[in-house]
Design a protein around this ligand. Sequence first.
Ligand SMILES: C[S@@+](CC[C@H](N)C(=O)[O-])C[C@H]1O[C@@H](n2cnc3c(N)ncnc32)[C@H](O)[C@@H]1O
Length: 281
Amino acid sequence: MSSYSPKEYWTDLADRYRHEDGKGFAPVLHPGAPDWFNLCVHELQERAWRRALSLCTLPKGASVLDVGCGTGRWVRRYTQSGYSPVGLDGSLSMLKRALELRTIAPLLAARLQSLPFRDGTFDCAQAITVIQHIAALEQQQALGELVRVIKPGGYLILLELIRGHAAHVVSHEAADWIDRVQICGTELISWFGQEFLLLDRILSGAVSFSKGMLVDSHADGLSLPTISEARTKGKQLARRLYWNVRRITVGLSTWVEPMADRLCPPEWATHAVFVFRKPLA
Ligand SMILES: C[S@@+](CC[C@H](N)C(=O)[O-])C[C@H]1O[C@@H](n2cnc3c(N)ncnc32)[C@H](O)[C@@H]1O
């Protein structure tokens, strides 16, 4: 993908992967990956989200804005935990899927860069893997908007990538994310690394590397339909093998994840979770 248009990109994913799983994970996590993989990534994120929430002193019924809420998994969890969430997303198709999944909370289609709320409306705002998908030049405006709509004394929870770039991904090192949010007028309460999956990352890194090195040296002498049929079968087989091996490496990595969390520097993770507080006026 050379140019990235957020609304079209996310709407396309929401429409194409609408019924991929019964939980709405595929459009917002790893579209096209097996269900077990997205479930595993979701469970790791949910553990981190609960840890972040435990760092905030939020009374039951507190108002929470979930920006870039996608198919609504966090909005539903906030409701189940006794808070009063509002979900906002730039893609109507994402919100339609959230409704299908029985997200019982106000849902709004709007852009994060200009939030349709008054200053100081919410006790807490969060963006889970959202700011990383906004163009570099607009990220600061989006962060400023998030801080603006939080009440003095309110909280901001972010879970964002701290490594990796693509047309639709603009990540930053943890220290950089912290600076960017603090200059909007917040104080950092705490941050930690999220998703180490060390063994699995070694395997998937090696596969991506060797994919780049592979050249098709077996096509000579075969007719075109035979080549394409053989390629399709080969690809299907390779894909099955790849995910079977990853099931093992992801399983082992998940098992040691609590240890990695305790022993490894947080910068080794792929994502980080940040909890900020807007000072009392
Ligand atoms: C990776 S998904 C994450 C969804 C959700 N936060 C979750 O964790 O399940 C990113 C979401 O951000 C939304 N999004 C991206 N840029 C946005 C923007 N500028 N304003 C509002 N939503 C945006 C997309 O439509 C998409 O639903």
